[in-house]
Write a protein that binds this ligand. Structure first.
Ligand code: MD3
Ligand code: FE
Length: 216
C-alpha cells in the first residue's frame, strides 16, 4: 500500500554525533539539493569558480567562489575575508535565501539558536582534488559554529584533533549530508581526501561543499 511512497520519498534525515560539538545531519539537505545547485549556478554566473594560490605559492586543487557579505580568499598576501571578489572587484553575490535558510535550520537542529551566517564559501572538487588538514581560524569569533553542506559525488572527510599530529577519523560524506561544528570541535584540524571518480545524477563527477560561517 505504501510501496510507491516508500520508493519515491527521500530518506528522513538522521543525526550522528562525531564528538562533543560536532554532528552530522545525514541527508538533511537532500530535499533541497536541486535548489542549492541552482543557487550555485546563480552565484557562479557573477563570481566564477577559480583556483586560488596559497601564501606558499601552491595552486589549490579545489576551485572556489563565495557569496554573502564576506568571501574567503587566499593569495601571496595571505588568507583573509574580504567584501569584494578580487577577480571582478565587485562585492560578492548575495547569499541565496535557500542557502541561508538551510544553514540556519541545521544550526538550530544542532543546538545553535542564533547563527546568522555572513559568509558562504563554495568549494568544487573534481576527481583528484583534495584539501589538506587545516584549521579554520580566519573568523573573528570561534564561539560561532560552522555549517557545511555536501552535494554531489561522495568524499571522505578527515576529522582530526586540536593538534596537527592527532590521527584523524575518516567520515564518509554523501549528497545532502550537513555537518555542524562548534564548541570544543570548532578548532579541530580537518581535510578532505582525494576525490575519486564518480557519477552523481545531479553533478556528474563533481562534489560541491557549501561552508557557512560568521566571519565578522
Ligand atoms: C571541522 N571544507 O572550506 S567543510 C573549508 O568539504 C573546508 O570542502 C571542507 O574545510 C569541504 O575550510 C569541509 C567542514 C568543516 C569546516 C570547518 C570545521 C569541518 C570543520 C571546523 C572545525 C572542525
Ligand atoms: Fe576548513
Amino acid at each position: 500500500m505504501t510501496m510507491d511512497l516508500f520508493e519515491h520519498s527521500p530518506p528522513e534525515p538522521w543525526a550522528e554525533s562525531l564528538c562533543e560539538g560536532a554532528v552530522v545531519l545525514r541527508r538533511f539537505a537532500s530535499v533541497s539539493g536541486a535548489e542549492l545547485l541552482a543557487g550555485i549556478e546563480r552565484v557562479t554566473a557573477q563570481a566564477p569558480f577559480r583556483q586560488m594560490r596559497t601564501p606558499g605559492g601552491h595552486i589549490m586543487s579545489v576551485a572556489m567562489t563565495c557569496c554573502g557579505d564576506w568571501g574567503w580568499v587566499t593569495d601571496a598576501r595571505g588568507y583573509r575575508y574580504q567584501h569584494q571578489d578580487p577577480v571582478s572587484g565587485d562585492p560578492w553575490p548575495a547569499m541565496p535565501e535557500v542557502f541561508r535558510t538551510l544553514a540556519v535550520e541545521a544550526a538550530t537542529k544542532a543546538g545553535y539558536d542564533d547563527f546568522e551566517p555572513d559568509s558562504c564559501l563554495i568549494n568544487r572538487y573534481s576527481p583528484g582534488a583534495r584539501m589538506g588538514l587545516h584549521q579554520d581560524k580566519n573568523e573573528d569569533d570561534f564561539g560561532q559554529p560552522i555549517v557545511s553542506v555536501s552535494l554531489g559525488a561522495p568524499a571522505i572527510f578527515q576529522f582530526g584533533g586540536l593538534r596537527r599530529g592527532d590521527r584523524p577519523q575518516r567520515v564518509p560524506l554523501e549528497h545532502g549530508d550537513v555537518v555542524v561544528w562548534g564548541g570544543p570541535a570548532r578548532l579541530r584540524y580537518h581535510g578532505v581526501l582525494t576525490l575519486k571518480v564518480a557519477d552523481h545524477p545531479l553533478t556528474g563527477a563533481c562534489r560541491y561543499n557549501l561552508t557557512f560561517r560568521r566571519a565578522r
